[in-house]
Design a protein around this ligand. Structure first.
Ligand code: CTP
Length: 414
């Protein structure tokens, strides 16, 4: 899968240091995806890493020189100065060590400076992310754990390795997380200080599931993609994000994810988190109706009859209406955003909804357009403001739409 361009990563200088772990080959995918996303990736290979992977691999996927030697000046002109470790450290937005061996963790924790990576790490003043990967017993060793906690105390982000099967056949904690997770951590680090820094936002996503019996439910075609894109855009902008979701999409790194099922369940979680939230974005497709009763046991068909059960529906709570009631007393959230999926009279229906639900912004989309709305990766929306404004956005990916919404939300927050 190719990586979509990531606004936050455009022209960011990421120094990716690869060390001599068997997981080194996975760093080539990371370097490739970061480059596709728009970052400028400068790779350092330690001597041990060169036993597993070659400089040519990384040069090929990044289109930039690869650095392996502390004792050689850089003549490529790709760095701000010809002294490689100074040039790599200077103006880097982020230094990432992935995978990091036990030896490299020890060197970083103790400030050793005997190769290009360790010297660059001392010279750098940008955020440092370290992703250890090694055999489980090496990772659990008291010496390694002490080094990890020294680095953490110093403000380094440590990405906990995953538990699973090693090349040795043993099972334990020490596997490098996948590329998407590593990029998620990079986004959190680079998002610090963004336009939503210090703000708490709640995003809801997905179609709620209203139970008929223990195995059956009624739901809708919402995939959750627009809500997840909003959560990611809010993270990229530096917000603390609570994602209340009825979707099974992979969780964005850095978000507090709360999985819910029904409209009632979603309402309870949203209201519980309201008092401290700066913004609420209700991207979820909340069911308007649910079965009036939920059968305690699976409903069985009768073998001797063609009869089918009649399911009586009743209304679900309107979450945004209950937020409207609580908001005045709480003084939170400061900004509430709703969504409207309309199939006719888009703007007039949407404006009425904004007013009825007491919203600051309403994102209206015409679900009859084939390239917008449910399931697809693109959307065509109009942003309506409580101030009477009406801003149509051109057809764009849900990621770009989310970024535009986040910018509007940030502009409304004090
Ligand atoms: N919403 C909600 N609680 C519900 C239903 C919807 O909070 N029980 C929220 C949705 O998350 C969305 C907005 O309200 O932000 C959509 O409003 P709604 O009136 O439900 O719009 P539609 O589903 O488009 O409904 P209708 O066609 O009935 O106008």
């Amino acid at each position: 899968m190719t990586q979509e361009a990531v606004t936050l990563l455009q022209n960011k200088r990421i120094v990716l240091a690869v060390t001599g772990s068997i997981a080194a080959y996975k760093a080539a995918d990371l370097a490739s995806k970061l480059t596709q996303a728009g970052a400028l990736v400068d790779v350092i290979l330690t001597q041990a890493a060169e036993h597993f992977v070659t400089a040519l691999t990384f040069q090929s996927v990044t289109g930039r020189p690869v650095y392996t030697n502390l004792w050689q000046n850089d003549s490529s002109g790709a760095l701000p100065t010809h002294i490689a470790h100074v040039g790599l450290a200077e103006s880097a937005d982020l230094l990432m060590v992935a995978p990091a061996t036990a030896n490299t963790l020890a060197k970083l924790a103790h400030g050793l400076a005997d190769d290009l990576l360790s010297v660059t790490a001392l010279a750098a003043r940008c955020p440092l992310i370290v992703a250890p990967a090694m055999d489980g017993s090496m990772y659990q060793h008291a010496a390694t754990q002490a080094n990890v906690s020294t680095l953490r105390q110093r403000g380094v982000t440590i990405i906990e390795p995953e538990t699973g099967r090693f090349a040795s056949g043993l099972v334990g904690q020490g596997r490098l997380p996948d590329t998407a997770a590593l990029i998620g951590h990079i986004r959190v680090a680079l998002g610090h200080g963004g336009i939503l820094a210090g703000k708490k936002v709640i995003v809801t996503a997905g179609g709620t599931r209203e139970a008929i019996d223990p195995v059956r439910f009624i739901t809708n075609r919402s995939s959750g993609k627009q809500g997840y894109a909003l959560a990611q855009a809010a993270l990229d902008a530096g917000a603390a994000v609570t994602l209340v979701t009825a979707s099974d999409l992979p969780a964005p790194v850095g978000a507090q994810v709360i999985s819910v099922s029904s409209a009632e369940h979603m309402q309870q979680v949203v209201l519980d988190h309201l008092a401290t939230a700066d913004a609420l974005m209700m991207a979820a497709a909340v069911a308007d109706f649910r079965p009036q009763t939920r059968a305690a046991q699976k409903i069985k068909k009768q073998d001797d009859s063609d009869d089918a059960p009649v399911i009586v529906l009743s209304r679900t709570p309107d979450i945004l209406m209950s937020v409207k009631e609580k908001r005045a007393a709480l003084g939170h959230p400061k900004v509430v955003v709703g969504f409207a999926a309309e199939s006719e009279h888009l703007l007039s229906h949407a404006r009425a909804k904004l007013e009825r639900k007491g919203l600051d912004l309403l994102i209206a989309n015409d679900i009859t357009a084939p390239d917008a709305g449910f399931e697809v990766d693109t959307n065509r929306v109009v942003i309506l403001g409580a101030d009477g404004s009406q801003t149509p956005l051109a057809l764009a990916t849900k990621t770009r739409i989310a970024e535009a919404i986040i910018e509007r939300v940030a502009g409304l927050l004090p």
